[in-house]
Design a protein around this ligand. Sequence first.
Ligand SMILES: [Zn+2]
Length: 65
Amino acid sequence: MKKKADTQLIELRCEHCGQIKAALLGWLKEHDELSCDCGQPIVVRANDLVDAVKRADAFERRVAV
Ligand SMILES: [Zn+2]
């Protein structure tokens, strides 16, 4: 069974242009970087993913109750 967390949409900010790009957590785990519209890569850091998942979980709990 696929873990539900992998279908969570994670937002990452481009350090070069400030644009927010979103990708699925499952995809980010398998890629080192996400290409931004400005042409620069957004490096995917494990710590960023952990923080993003925590935020998403907290948000989900607030909505569910
Ligand atoms: Zn950019």
